[in-house]
Write a protein that binds this ligand. Structure first.
Ligand code: LLP
Length: 606
């Protein structure tokens, strides 16, 4: 029996931590660290608890925005709450039902509102009168009447971290109930032809451990609903009470969801009766309480260091990039040795990350075996909410991999992020290096007499396994024929010749389709005995010359992820990673991913 905050299907035994029957050690072995591991059944169970307790539940995807979780939430009957156009697109791409999506946020752009309206999402939660105006204009332009909720700030605060407190009057979220502002907003919303006001929205705050703020929220909203009815004659059909249901990270006592739900729904019923209002249909928007506890993070220890202050640091291979919460909110986590238990006594450690920042402390005063050492695995509990979704690439660290475990089996649901992919965001290509072939090597268009020499070099290059081909499938005469027309509008075959010997070749060929004819694909190879002398660079320069002479605007290539010398040459010439094709090559020994790199030659503005 493993208590909160660990996942429902976690246990600690002789092998150490097991998650849904899979040992932490084997997970780290298979997927690497840092690794987030999600107990899928636990996520489903938590969705079901909410779905059974409340009439309508939206999973706030900001807590953990992963296609797998979006899909699970939908399968368990939950709708989705999004906080940006990006989150909305993530839901739509995951195949979510648009009618079950609600979109909130204190400053949605016109583009985001347009996307929402065009996608026919179920509800837009309008934050303030300015947004009502903009949304109404968008909806009318699209000839759609958009169902909305109007968000009010109830003036209720939750007992939580100041950054997580959103329901007070001094908040950027919602329109304050005070001074007639919200009343004026509702009045305007009712009058707008592009909008169909279905009800009100509130959200008190996050990580609330007590029922009291939720109840006060209901009371405050009903005072307002009565006023709205008396002044405007409008009665709300929906009351969205937001999210914020607290969870256990260390020793907190989270509210029991079914009990809290009964209390909230009962309060709504009583207040409606008291005010002689129809009982609105209640929506809630849990995020954290769905995903926090089912997920653990596994880190590998890299070093242990005692400092004169008396603290002993345990450094792990992640940190503030995969979990900013300790630094940002002073959040505390439960930490345990994830490998097999030790007999040694325990002592207190400070767990630090690998980032270039003294504040990169993940946990203080954590009890671990005193002989903790490099290579040990440690686990943080309850890291599923706002860890991955708030992750950064500080120090060019890629986001961790995420695996799901279920019934003794594990599968990867989010690949580890290759930080190299960030290079593709750079729009400024480096100046092309000035390259000259080494003494005695000539760079020129291929000629028929090069065919035999190229054929033998190519045979050797293929044996190294760095190129796509696994065997030379064409005879010499095939190349002889190709080399007869080595520099045309469509393609180029350029060799590096050392006397009569071909020691390198670059080939380019334009795409067939008219809309991709501005793109040429490139392949390059250099004889193993002639590498590191600038031949690759000289071939590349000549390739660019051909491309520019025939009006090619972009060059594409594919490279195997571990071919570092080639990747580094491509980067030097301004190629950036544009994507990765998974298992794109099938070789006799297995599948290989291909990294696609592109180099823009034309002027994007032209
Ligand atoms: N609904 C609205 C309108 C919200 O603003 C939020 C969260 C939720 C629902 C979901 O709240 P939850 O059930 O997850 O507490 N980054 C912070 C939490 C920020 C919450 C923002 N709004 C953290 O790491 O604790």
């Amino acid at each position: 029996m493993v208590p909160d905050p660990w996942p429902a299907n976690a246990s600690f035994g002789s092998e150490g931590l097991r998650l849904a029957g899979v040992s932490a050690g084997s997970l780290a072995e298979e997927f690497g660290t840092p690794l987030l591991v999600m107990d899928e059944d636990d996520v489903r169970a938590r969705c079901r608890v909410f779905a059974e307790a409340f009439p309508r539940v939206l999973y706030a995807i900001k807590a953990f925005t992963a296609a797998t979780i979006i899909r699970i939430a939908q399968e368990e009957g939950l709708g989705l709450l999004v906080a940006s156009g990006g989150e909305l697109e993530a839901c739509l791409r995951a195949g979510a039902d648009a009618a079950g999506i609600a979109f909130h946020g204190n400053n949605k752009s016109d583009r985001e509102l347009e996307l929402a309206v065009r996608s026919r999402i179920g509800l837009v939660i309008a934050d303030n009168p300015d947004e009502l105006e903009r949304l109404d204009a968008v909806a009318r332009r699209e000839s759609i009447v958009q169902p909305i909720l109007f968000r009010v700030a109830p003036g209720v605060s939750g007992d939580t971290h100041a950054y997580l407190d959103t329901g007070g009057l001094d908040s950027k979220f919602g329109t304050p109930l005070a001074e007639g502002q919200a009343l004026d907003g509702v009045k305007r919303a009712i009058a707008m032809p592009g909008l169909d006001l279905r009800g009100l929205h509130t959200h008190v705050g996050s990580q609330l451990l007590d029922s009291e703020p939720f109840i006060r929220d209901v009371d405050a909203v009903f005072d307002f609903l009565a006023e709205v009815r008396d002044v405007l004659g409008y009665e709300a059909g929906i009351l969205d009470l937001g999210g914020g249901f607290g969870v256990s990270y260390t020793d907190e006592q989270p509210p029991d969801v079914p009990q809290l739900a009964s209390a909230m729904l009962e309060e709504v019923r009583l207040r409606a009766e008291e005010r002689r209002l129809p009982v609105p249909s209640v929506i809630v928007e849990p995020g954290r309480s769905i995903v926090a506890n089912p997920v653990v993070t596994l880190y590998r220890v890299g070093g242990v260091k005692e400092v004169p202050s008396g603290r002993t640091f345990v450094a792990v291979d992640g940190g503030m990039s995969d979990n900013i919460r300790p630094v940002l909110y002073g959040a505390k986590y439960s930490v345990a040795l994830a490998g097999p238990p030790r007999d040694s006594a325990s002592m207190r450690f400070t767990i630090v990350g690998m980032h270039c920042e003294s504040g990169d402390v993940l946990a203080e005063s954590v009890e671990l075996p005193e002989d903790i050492r490099p290579g040990d695995l440690i686990a943080f509990a309850a890291t599923g909410a706002y860890g991955y979704s708030m992750a950064s690439n500080y120090n060019r660290v890629g986001r961790p991999a995420v695996a799901a475990v279920e019934g003794g089996a594990a599968r990867l649901v989010l690949r580890r992020e290759d930080p190299g992919i960030l290079d593709r965001l750079a729009t400024d290509s480096p100046p092309e290096p000035v390259t000259r072939p080494p003494h005695g090597v000539e760079i020129r268009a291929a000629q028929p007499r090069d065919a035999a020499s190229f054929h033998s070099m190519w045979t050797e290059v293929i044996e190294e396994g760095l190129v796509r081909s696994q065997e030379v499938s064409r005879p010499v005469r095939h190349y002889r024929m190709l080399f007869r027309r080595a520099w045309t509008e469509r393609s180029a075959w350029i060799v590096a010749a050392f006397g009569e010997r071909v020691v390198g070749l670059v080939s380019l060929s334009r795409e067939e389709h008219p809309v991709t004819a501005h793109v040429a694909s490139l392949g390059i190879s250099v004889d193993a005995g002639f590498r590191r002398r600038g031949i690759g660079g000289a071939l590349m320069s000549e390739a660019f010359k051909w491309a520019r002479s025939v009006g090619v605007e972009k060059i594409m290539l594919s490279v195997y992820p571990d071919n570092h010398p080639a990747i580094s040459l491509y980067r030097k010439f301004g190629f950036v990673e544009e994507g990765r094709l998974v298992a794109q090559s099938k070789k006799s020994y297995g599948y290989l991913d291909e990294i696609m790199m592109g180099r823009w030659l034309g002027d994007p503005q032209a």
